[in-house]
Design a protein around this ligand. Sequence first.
Ligand code: NAD
Length: 498
Amino acid sequence: MRTIQHWIGGQTTAGESARRSTVWNPATGETQAEVTLASTSDVDTAVRAAKTAFESWSQSSLSQRSKVLFAFRELVNAHVDELAEIVSDEHGKVVSDAKGEVQRGLEVVEFACGIPQLLKGDYSDQVSRGVDVYSFREPLGVVAGITPFNFPVMVPMWMHPVAIACGNAFVLKPSERDPSASVRVAELWAEAGLPEGVFNVVHGDKESVDALLDHPDVQAISFVGSTPIAKYIHERANATGKRVQALGGAKNHAVILPDADLDFAANHLVSAAFGSAGERCMAISAAVAVGEAGDAIVEAVNAKANEVVVGSGRDAKSEMGPVVTPEARDRIIGLIDAGEKQGGRVTVDGRSLVVPGFEQGFFVGPTVVDEVTPEMDVYSEEVFGPVLSVLRVETVDEAIELVNANPYGNGTAIFTSSGEAARRFQRGVHVGMIGINVPIPVPMAYYSFGGWKDSLFGDKHIHGPEGVSFYTRAKVVTSRWPQVEHPVASSFHFPTAH
Ligand code: NAD
């Protein structure tokens, strides 16, 4: 049995802990590897390696750092296929989808290649006679990322390229369900010339996360995962005085107005609801049909949902793979059952799907539940599976109210041909990322990514300009070089410009 090890100080290591966790092959239902789960002392070893590396990395020149970033960019680009296959094997998503996530991660690396520009400070000449003011930003030290299973390459890449480009050293604690991609990424960093210890990977569960949250030498925590854990991370990391951004779960609504191109909307709803088996934080899990859009959109979505090709992620014909674990499959099926019991109408039913040749795989087929109301569990819980709930309202204002009554605020979309309705929607919803005829509005790397309400705890969104700000702190210098011809006498009033 293959054992996946940590990456600390520029090499793989088994660590001290004997604890292990299963890494499934979700398509076959077999165990394919074991991953080492770090102890508190293993985490301490990684943080110490990072702290030592920070001493010199933080002093490296901007051009030296951007050179490493450019080399890393080339290497990731050259290994897109390999990384996508690693992701597909452990997560289950189809390889073409996994390539998309590597590509979106790569875009953050490309953003971070511009670090000399991103770290430019401000300068004000002569704010007072003979006095100048300027500002610049410094790295924080050792920073850590704790990431979910659903994007094992992209989500860590929302964090480490920016943190490292800013001059920090990084400890990544990826999901224990699909840990291999992070180790491969660490090897690529090393090949790119990143000094040992600047990027480290510790695998683990709660013990390793708590060790990072409590470690006095970890200055900041970036977390992406489910809302209960995001809340916990935010509170515990705050209590130890760390900077923290904790991105949580989601319930993303797509509102369909009667004036929308319904065929276009149905195509996008199906790909946004069932792509990656619905295991995307920006997946559309609630369709809100306005007025007479209702029956027509359900009919179109049902037809397309029935055509989705479900199979192994490695089969090029598959459009959707299995879900990540047997527990995830059982939970998703349980929520569909609850939706049906509570009055929902299951119009496309993926509960008993069996994929020939993969009978033991963790498959759930595309599922549509119509006539859902906000009280039903299938709506109030984050399903995180290939399940689209359809709710019906009469007006765009009712749709906005429904979106805003939901505790999550990650992403939302509207399908319409009315600019006026789209503008009302974008101004009215309490959600961080909005799509207008775009179902999965994940911002480009040079914008920042983040939700509102229970989808994000902390002040800063991730990557983009807010990422640079998160991983650095400002110094503002007020400077005077006394001039002999203008002697300055003592003055006891509070300094003001003159
Ligand atoms: P998760 O919350 O179970 O795990 C996330 C990370 O936290 C993992 O590294 C895990 O090991 C760790 N963890 C789990 N339980 C813990 C505990 N009790 N104490 C400390 N650490 C713990 O999430 P997941 O199932 O891996 O990922 C799916 C979730 O992530 C969904 O809720 C999804 O919406 C969310 N997500 C959000 C975004 C976003 O940008 N907002 C992006 C991707 C995924």
